[in-house]
Design a protein around this ligand. Structure first.
Ligand SMILES: *[C@@H]1O[C@H](CO)[C@@H](O)[C@H](O)[C@H]1NC(C)=O
Ligand SMILES: *[C@@H]1O[C@H](CO)[C@@H](O)[C@H](O)[C@H]1NC(C)=O
Ligand SMILES: *[C@@H]1O[C@H](CO)[C@@H](O)[C@H](O)[C@H]1NC(C)=O
Length: 267
């Protein structure tokens, strides 16, 4: 069984490499197969994998959040460089996805962006209070109210969606609805952290009115809603380079290798 999987992985890596190496002549079939063999986690497996990292591998939330947020900032900077997309709004939700957004906000200031954070439903836990404190000390502007939707475009070139993550279950709470509406209707390119907010983690956007991010950064492993049939031609990166070999084995993960010391890999 293991041998079969290893062979499968080796094959995957070869295909992934040939796609990367010959972008011009990227054989359509190979690329499609590469995507077909990529693992897409169910909501339940995503939650179990997360718990394993904490319980079996003794990671703390802060550790993983730091690496996740750094990957988000890195992928955003690759696709939307600060030189053209300087002014960024990061919309943070109350959970870990929002925490990833707060970490990304801090790193993005270091990457040359001018960053504002909108964090309407704050979590009264030291972890989040500390991240917010760090944001402020790094020059992130914490805004208490969103500009009207038609004015967001005048103030921001880019929006990072750190509202909901892989534990999201509808419906969207009233207090967070204006934030989601702003993401959907502002007309500014959106980068979603792990899950495009409002989407079903397994079944994707659901309606035509759903958020359509330009960039999705999957963390640790893509979830089912990140399949090409759902995200269309959005750019897709994988980040969160912290999966132990035992987890890759336990969940039968087929993921591309990270190049060199990179925090992210394009899928
Ligand atoms: C995808 O995985 C299956 C089973 O693991 C394997 O038989 C197939 O050859 C793989 N395809 C590619 C293109 O790697
Ligand atoms: C982005 O804007 C800030 C504030 O206006 C400025 O200090 C910084 O140099 C800009 N960064 C880039 C990459 O242009
Ligand atoms: C991984 O693969 C093994 C062997 O095929 C299977 O028994 C197990 O249920 C799989 N685990 C997951 C999480 O899919």
């Amino acid at each position: 069984m293991l041998i079969t999987r290893l062979v499968g992985t080796a094959l995957f890596l070869r295909v992934a490499n040939s796609c990367k190496l010959s972008k011009m002549g990227c054989d359509e079939n190979n690329c499609r197969n590469m995507k077909r063999n990529l693992t897409y986690l169910s909501q339940q497996h995503a939650a179990e994998l997360d718990q394993d990292l904490f319980n079996d591998y003794k990671f703390s939330v802060d550790q993983l959040m730091e690496l996740a947020g750094l990957s988000v900032a890195t992928a955003v900077a690759k696709v939307f460089p600060a030189s053209s997309y300087n002014s960024t709004l990061i919309v943070c939700g109350p959970g870990n996805n929002g925490g990833d957004g707060l970490v990304a906000a801090r790193h993005m200031t270091g990457f040359g962006y001018s960053v504002a954070v909108y964090y309407p439903k704050r979590t009264p836990k030291p972890l989040y209070e500390n991240l917010l404190c760090q944001c402020e000390k790094f020059g992130v502007k914490i805004i208490e109210t969103l500009p009207p939707i038609n004015e967001i475009k005048d103030q921001y070139k880019l929006v990072v969606d750190a509202l909901f993550g892989f534990s999201f279950k509808p419906p969207v709470r009233d207090v967070l609805k204006p934030a989601l509406d702003a993401l959907i209707h502002s007309g500014v390119p959106v980068c979603s952290v792990d899950i495009p907010s409002g989407w079903d983690v397994e079944k994707g956007p659901g309606t035509e009115a759903a958020l359509k991010p330009e960039l999705l950064i999957s963390l640790s492993a893509p979830k089912q809603c990140a399949k090409p049939e759902f995200i269309g031609d959005a750019k897709h990166y994988l980040g969160g380079r912290f999966l132990p070999p035992g987890i890759i084995q336990k969940y039968n993960l087929t993921l591309p290798p990270y190049p060199d010391q990179e925090q992210v890999v394009e899928l």
